[in-house]
Ligand binder design. Structure first.
Ligand code: KG4
Ligand code: ZN
Length: 343
């Protein structure tokens, strides 16, 4: 089985061809970073328009790279949400049209499910259930991944995602967008104990996250003009790391059958955070699995792979699914008091 996957839920346009044997025949991602950088964040209308311009040629490019006609593909999958709804719609409608034209099944994919299953594309031995820490610019969740289509959301963020906090702090420190990699670079030259910063929710019974108060504390530290910028960056990164480790430890305690700790999303690329998660997993006698960066950040191979897993599990999907701005993976999860609008 070969699946063509499409991804357009935020500011990455992506297409990929993946086999059920876990071979990635072709995978392309076009970032729109330079398009949105002048605005300091993603502009939804610009994102949707760029997807329209880039997606169709990209589909042709991945088919050409794999040396396959569209007719050789067994199914077509696209992200149907959650995300910027105008952006999601571009990939979704493109996928539905291609599937209709080629007479192939269409699989609408939840972007969070694609992240959740992506480690199994590269780690065939990774067995369910595992604990997933999904940390990016748009997501900050702890999920018990029990099987394709079977997720329990153990925690989410009450306000900002961890990557969003890195981006905002990057802005406060006068670094470019995205802030994460720049903050990490600056933090290497700083003292993580120099600036006292809060660790929101550390010790709380439920493993939820909150980063808004930490960001405000950084704003205050910058305004005081008493600290070196590198010290602020290092102290902020240490605070985020402590929060992620404490909250993840709490979730691991509630999931004694976990076979592994998995971290995905752009923030999982952070060396200090990764080392701390490695140590945490080791304390629980578990391996830490982090997909390679190209699979960790938004891509279409994970979308194709999620469709393969869903079909292999015998799950039936509505080919006419609408584009959704919000689409929680765990429909039974309790709404979190004080939480913002994030999925
Ligand atoms: O997964 P991703 O590429 O896109 C989505 O948000 O879906 O994640 C991007 C986020 C940005 O907020 C970026 O600042 C953050 O991940 N990030 C990092 C690092 N690299 C990327 N945060 C901390 N340290 C890093 N090295
Ligand atoms: Zn994502």
């Amino acid at each position: 089985m070969i699946v063509l996957g499409l991804e357009s839920s935020c500011d990455e346009t992506a297409a990929a061809l993946v086999g059920a044997d876990r071979r990635i025949l072709a995978s392309r991602v076009a970032s729109q970073m330079e398009l949105h950088a002048p605005f300091g964040g993603v502009v939804p209308e610009l994102a949707a328009r760029a997807h329209v311009e880039r997606l169709a040629p990209m589909v042709e490019a991945v088919l050409a790279e794999a040396g396959l006609p569209l007719g050789a593909v067994d199914a077509i999958a696209a992200t149907a949400g959650p995300g910027l709804v105008g952006a999601v719609m571009v990939g979704l409608v493109t996928g539905q049209a291609l599937a209709f034209a080629a007479g192939k099944p269409f699989v609408p994919v939840n972007h969070l499910e694609a992240h959740a299953l992506s480690p199994r594309l590269v780690a065939p031995d990774l067995a369910f259930p595992y604990l997933l820490l999904l940390v990016s610019g748009g997501h900050c969740q702890l999920l018990a991944v029990e099987g394709a289509g079977r997720y329990r959301r153990l925690a989410t963020t009450l306000d900002d995602a961890a990557g969003e906090a890195f981006d905002k702090v990057g802005k406060l420190l006068g670094l470019g967008f995205p802030g994460g990699p720049a903050v990490e670079r600056l933090a290497r030259a700083g003292d993580p104990r120099a600036v006292p910063l809060p660790r929101p929710l550390v010790g709380a019974a439920e493993p939820h996250f909150s980063f808004a108060g930490l960001k405000t504390a950084v704003l205050r530290a910058v305004a005081e003009r008493r600290h070196a910028r590198a010290d602020i960056a290092a102290s902020f990164q240490a605070a985020v790391t402590d929060c992620l480790v404490d909250r993840t430890a709490r979730a691991l305690a509630a999931m004694p059958d976990a076979t592994a700790l998995v971290a995905a999303g752009g923030v999982a690329a952070n060396t200090a955070i990764r080392a701390a998660l490695e140590a945490l997993a080791a304390r629980h006698g578990l391996p830490l699995v982090v997909p390679p960066p190209a699979l960790c950040t938004d891509n279409a191979a994970m979308v194709a792979w999620a469709a393969i897993e869903r079909r292999q599990a015998g799950l039936a999907d509505d080919p006419h699914a609408p584009a959704r701005a919000r689409w929680p993976l765990d429909a039974d999860a309790e709404p979190v008091r004080g939480a913002g609008v994030k999925a």
